[in-house]
Design a protein around this ligand. Structure first.
Ligand code: 3K0
Ligand code: CA
Ligand code: CA
Ligand code: ZN
Length: 441
């Protein structure tokens, strides 16, 4: 792989000398136009950030009043024409290659690039889950909610006392890796698995959390995407699923715009199949989101949703986000002032333990069809997005060195415990003037 060269028309990109961001060097493997990484200045309000996202660019992170985006030459030109200042940070594909080759040794097929082998591939993640279930059979059972487009099992580990029995205990869900390249999140789910299974016998506080709840962990929502991202020993900067979009030459849908609640309602996702935040041809067009949703639907027992709280892990920017994403209003259909306050209170409580910034999802930029809006809007699950380490960065933001895994996953231990504990707390009582959508008071 290290000898591969990216060829763009008559141009051969042979090194940093040709990294001028204005030069459209094609990606030799995909044939895509070269993508540049930019800092977009003047994106200091949610409206402006939503406008930037609407250009179809790939929003990598948010830093201060600026957004870090990956843009094609056409997208960059369009943003500039709309008055945004773009500060070039480098050629995305070349930066990916540089990042992948950092250790300077040959990549092992199917594994993470040299130096990053401590990250778990899909096969290694599956092996860890099997081992947890085998070594702790009384408190851990492994199942699958369905298969990905390419046929990979969407593994689900349940952790609880009497794990083989559906008991009447508050249920909690942790999901990771909706976005392919956000590999640190898979490590986060594995950390949760390790901590509660290995710590059960020796740590009374952990044992209590396990005994009194049913904890579901789904480490790879988008395994096709994450495997594609590391195929060939070189990072691809991939975000979406891997299912071809019917009637277009494009591949992949943004799974976190594909959920069936206010899907594609509000300019918080793209109609363009090639865009980074393409919402898919229809809600739940992707087998992955559909399978996870059907699992959550299946947890309605005797008319009551058993899953009470949820975190969907992403990277990066160090944020705790809550619904709604589709609107900038703090309250809307099905989200009363009391409920919005509970989201903010618990969100801030968790953020106080990990140092992330707590805010409503749409304070970042408007997103429609995301998992939190669906989980709350349909099931009243207290559902958060955590954007993990780092706080800011360029492409390296998605690919922190494996050495940060222990610290950056343990950083969320207390927040995870709060979220689990919160599953047993009573839902807030709404005042009669602001009943929730289902009429509960
Ligand atoms: O709820 C949200 O606002 C999700 C934010 C998430 C997204 O889907 O756009 N950010 S990410 O793509 O950079 N992980
Ligand atoms: Ca139990
Ligand atoms: Ca149960
Ligand atoms: Zn993400």
């Amino acid at each position: 792989m290290s000898t591969r060269r990216r060829i763009g028309g008559a141009l051969a990109a042979t090194g940093l000398a040709l990294l001028a961001v204005t030069t459209p060097v094609a990606n030799a493997r995909t044939g895509d136009p070269a993508r540049g990484l930019y800092s977009v200045e003047g994106a200091s309000t949610a409206e402006k950030r939503t406008e930037v996202a609407r250009a179809g660019v790939d929003v990598a992170g948010s830093r201060g009043g600026a957004l870090t985006v990956v843009a094609t030459p056409a997208q960059a030109a369009s943003l500039r024409a709309n008055g945004f200042g773009l500060k070039p940070l480098g050629d995305f594909d070349s930066m990916l290659k540089q990042r992948s080759d950092r250790a300077g040794t040959a990549a092992v097929a199917g594994d993470f690039p040299p130096g990053d082998e401590a990250y778990h591939t899909y096969a290694e993640t599956t092996a860890e889950l099997r081992k947890a279930a085998k070594d702790h059979g009384d408190i851990a059972t492994l199942s699958s909610v369905g298969k990905s487009y390419e046929g990979r099992e969407l593994n689900l580990l349940k952790i609880s006392d009497n794990a083989g029995t559906d008991e009447t205990e508050p249920e909690v869900l942790f999901t990771c890796n909706q976005h392919a390249r956000e590999h640190l999140t898979t490590e986060m789910c594995l950390r949760i698995v390790q901590r509660f299974t290995s710590g059960y016998a020796s740590d009374p506080a952990l044992k209590k959390l396990v005994d009194e709840h049913e904890i579901f962990v789904l480490p790879n929502v988008n395994p096709d995407g994450s495997e594609y991202d590391i195929a060939g020993g070189e990072y691809q900067g991939w975000r979406k699923t891997r299912k071809p979009v019917p009637g277009s030459g494009a591949i992949g849908t943004d799974p976190n715009r594909n959920w069936d609640y206010k899907w594609s309602c509000c300019g918080g996702s793209s109609d363009d199949p090639s865009a980074a935040d393409y919402h898919g041809p229809s809600a739940f067009s992707e087998p992955e989101t559909k399978a996870v949703a059907e699992f959550v639907d299946s947890r309605v027992v005797g008319g009551a949703q058993q899953i009470k709280t949820h975190i969907d892990f992403h990277t990066f920017s160090e944020l705790v986000l809550w619904p709604y994403g589709y609107t900038q209003a703090e309250t809307d259909t099905g989200l009363s002032a009391e409920e919005a306050k509970r989201f903010a209170d618990v969100g801030k409580k968790m953020a106080a333990t990990n140092g992330y910034t707590p805010e409503q999802s749409s304070d970042l930029y408007v997103t429609d069809g995301d998992v939190n809006d669906w989980a709350w809007g349909k099931h009243k699950i207290l559902s958060y997005t955590f954007e993990m380490y780092p706080k800011d960065g360029g492409i390296d933001g998605f690919y922190p060195p494996a050495s940060v895994i222990p610290e950056q996953t343990a950083r969320n231990d207390k927040a995870v415990d709060i979220l689990i504990t919160e599953a047993g707390a009573p839902a807030p009582t709404a005042s009669p003037s602001s009943k929730s959508a289902d009429g509960r008071t």
